[in-house]
Design a protein around this ligand. Structure first.
Ligand code: ADP
Ligand code: MG
Length: 696
């Protein structure tokens, strides 16, 4: 913007009336530092205070304005000291109740005082009452106008009260009549995308007219709110794209050239790669050959074969004399990868190392030494790979499998860990679960993305049924039947309690019972409490077919790969999320035989649980399931609490506002190409101080 006059985005909130240093500090802690911040602190809901309602017509639960006279005010000493004031307006009377009050306040409520009161009517012991209502005293004879707009109710906190926020927004809106708040979206974009201008949108959402469509407003879908949601999503998107742009300016070792090792690896595989796998490998090789770091996300449904794709990238790095770190979220999965990679790579003469938190003492020293001198070329493990004392000789590529749902901060931290002589390693991130486009746009726009959208040939979709656990005996017969035919089965125990030890206990009990009922079968057990070695050896036994039925906790959720297993039983399926159920189910259906999955539930089912189970019965497509999951639960829950820090949108809702996505991407590209100077202020406006991760 061309002129230097102070605009509202830089004007400190302390310039508003009533904001001294103390309240400025409280407001700052609440994220409000400038007048612009006040304007972008948007209402949570609205109340209609445009009409005065007779007390006689109030019902419990009504939010209303009344005008009444004080009959009596007194302090009651019950369980809690409280100030009670009875007020009446001719149509009825009502009690005001205050637990916190001052002497002055009490004196101000003398008999005969006229009040205008805003509050929620609730059923009290004798009459309706309002607890801590807002009120104002009315001077005699002077009519006081009622509100002519709907009243905004803001998100408030203990230190920052509703009334304060309303007064501040009143002043901010007045200033906004004359002073400028920059409109960062160019007019041609607004026109093209049919978005209203910032000023009308803000005015409307803070002070909607009485005839406004309250339903739309409270649902957040009014076009004025959508304009703001749009800008907010744009801000998040831009900040991630900026991370990506900056990453482009970093240096990385180009891993190009000689593909002979890779060719040997592919020839050694017992299967031909799918077209999708080949395409994605090509994308990876192209990225790896660049002198700036690859930051790529590979998505694909359960069982589509992400592991070989990762292996191909690893081999290319090794062929270029670089080391590779492969990180998995659980020991079990890391171990399984270790097994796979070690098998595949040994014949190619590649040295694979193993490191987890459980590797200690001499063994650990040995791995670390081999790593530091470069003799271990591929290191596989858990997050222990990135502990302080782990140093690589020449780390060229980091592969994060089955995505810990890392936030951008963590991804950057990992990358910096591998920084050596101005160079950072390439990064490849593999997700266990497909991510709906909405979420990936909001969370992974800093990454390039590849999708393996094809399963290896010959797979038959898993048949899924939901059965009440009262039919357990039948389910057990199915297990017997499957194993008699030479197949193997999983029995997954999940518990209502989140406690791991209880879960393990349940699995142990179930294993004992099943072994008794199915004496002809070898029943094995894995759970989180077992020693790593025991876990690994049971998995090996299962893989070799020595165990027919594997009873397990959700430790087997990701990655476990035993193609001969064709039946999966999941207990208490109603307790698990869609993504988790889909992952678990993905353990079967890996071979050519018809596989099935029994979702056992304990009734009665809630409506949500019923919908979830139906989604699973009807679909085997991870992308479709992820979309439904987002619809049913919302982004916060889909991603788990760890991510919510990143998802603190003030107004946008990723599942509700999916329709804006295309526009957001268009606008972002337009700004990057044509008006890059506006990017920073848009990010600052919406992400404020939390935008720091953009400053890489
Ligand atoms: P995910 O994508 O879930 O991690 P995996 O990489 O574990 O899947 O692969 C699942 C199974 O499919 C493994 O047994 C793997 O060896 C096998 N597989 C991978 N690619 C192919 C292919 N192109 N043809 C046949 N089988 C394949
Ligand atoms: Mg996998």
């Amino acid at each position: 913007m061309q002129n230097n006059e102070a605009t509202l985005d830089t004007l400190p909130v302390s310039t508003l009336r009533g904001v001294g240093p103390r309240s400025a500090a409280k407001l700052a802690a609440f994220g409000i530092e400038t007048v612009q911040d006040v304007l972008f602190h948007l209402p949570r809901r609205y109340e209609d205070r445009t009409r005065i309602v007779p007390i006689g017509s109030l019902r419990p639960g009504d939010h209303a304005v009344i005008e009444a006279e004080v009959d009596l005010a007194e302090i009651k000493y019950g369980r809690r000291r409280s100030l009670l004031a009875r007020v009446s307006d001719g149509s009825g009377s009502l009690m005001l109740r205050f637990f916190y009050f001052s002497k002055v306040q009490q004196q101000g409520l003398s008999r005969g005082t006229r009040l205008r009161i805003y509050g929620e009517a609730r059923r009290g012991p004798a009459t309706l009452e309002m607890v801590h209502p807002e009120y104002q005293r009315l001077a005699d004879g002077e009519p006081v106008p009622t509100e002519d707009r709907l009243t905004a109710i803001y998100p408030a906190s203990e230190g920052v009260h509703q009334l304060t926020l309303r007064k501040l927004s009143e002043q901010a809106l007045q200033l906004y009549e004359h002073d400028r708040l920059p409109e960062w979206l160019p007019q041609e974009l607004l026109t093209k995308l049919q978005l209203t201008d910032l000023q009308s949108a803000l005015r409307y959402v803070h002070r909607p007219p009485p005839d406004a469509d309250l339903e739309a407003l409270e649902a957040g879908v009014h076009f004025t709110q959508q304009r703001l949601a749009f800008e907010e999503m744009l801000a998040h998107h831009l900040s991630l794209r900026r991370v990506r742009q900056r990453a482009r300016r970093l240096k990385a070792e180009p891993l190009a050239g000689n593909h002979s090792l890779l060719t040997r690896f592919m020839r050694s595989l017992p299967f031909a790669l799918t077209t999708a796998q080949q395409r994605v490998i090509k994308e990876l090789l192209r990225d790896l050959s660049a002198s700036h770091p690859m930051m790529r996300l590979v998505q694909g449904d359960v069982g589509c074969g992400k592991t070989v794709v990762a292996a191909a990238a690893a081999i290319q790095a090794v062929a270029c004399d670089c080391q590779v770190a492969i990180m998995a979220p659980t020991e079990l999965l890391a171990e399984q990868h270790f097994g796979n990679f070690d098998d595949w790579f040994k014949s190619l003469g590649i040295q694979v190392g193993w490191l987890s938190g459980k590797v200690k003492g001499k063994a650990r020293d040995r791995v670390l030494a081999d790593l530091a001198d470069g003799s271990v070329q591929v290191l596989i493990g858990t997050h222990a790979l990135f502990q302080q004392d782990v140093t690589f000789d020449r780390l060229g590529l980091v592969i994060i499998d089955e995505q810990h749902r890392f936030g951008v901060h963590q991804r950057l931290a990992l990358r910096d860990k591998g920084r050596q002589q101005q160079k950072v390693p390439h990064q490849l991130i593999m997700t266990a679960t497909p991510i709906p486009r909405t979420l990936s746009m909001a969370l992974y726009a800093d990454l390039d993305s590849s999708v393996i959208d094809e399963l290896p040939p010959g797979r038959t979709p898993v048949q899924t049924v939901a059965l009440p656990d009262s039919r357990r005996a039948e389910v057990i017969e199915r297990v017997r039947e499957a194993c008699r035919e030479g197949r193997q089965a999983y029995w997954v125990c999940t518990l209502i309690e989140e406690s791991e030890s209880l879960q393990c206990q349940a699995a142990e009990d179930t294993a004992v019972l099943l072994a008794e009922t199915l004496p002809e079968l070898n029943v094995g057990l894995v759970h989180g409490r077992l020693k790593e070695q025991e876990k690994a050896s049971r998995m090996t036994d299962f893989k070799r077919g020595d165990i027919d039925l594997l009873v397990a906790t959700t430790v087997i959720e990701v990655g476990v790969d035993v193609p001969n297993a064709s039946l999966m039983i999941i207990e208490n399926a109603e307790r698990l999320g869609l993504a988790q159920l889909h992952q678990l189910r993905g353990r079967v259906g890996r071979g050519a035989v018809q596989s099935s999955c029994v979702l056992m539930y304990r009734g009665p089912l809630s409506a949500l649980a019923r919908k979830r189970l139906t989604v699973l019965r009807e679909s085997n497509d991870g992308f479709e399931i992820a979309r439904k999951d987002l619809e049913l639960r919302g982004p916060g829950e889909v991603l788990g609490t760890r991510q919510t820090g990143m998802l603190q949108f003030r107004i946008a809702d990723l599942s509700r506002d999916q329709g804006l996505l295309n526009k957001v991407e268009q606008a972002a590209s337009y700004l990057i190409e044509n008006q890059a100077d506006r990017i920073q202020p848009i990010i600052r406006r919406w992400l404020g101080r939390s935008a720091r991760y953009g400053e890489v």
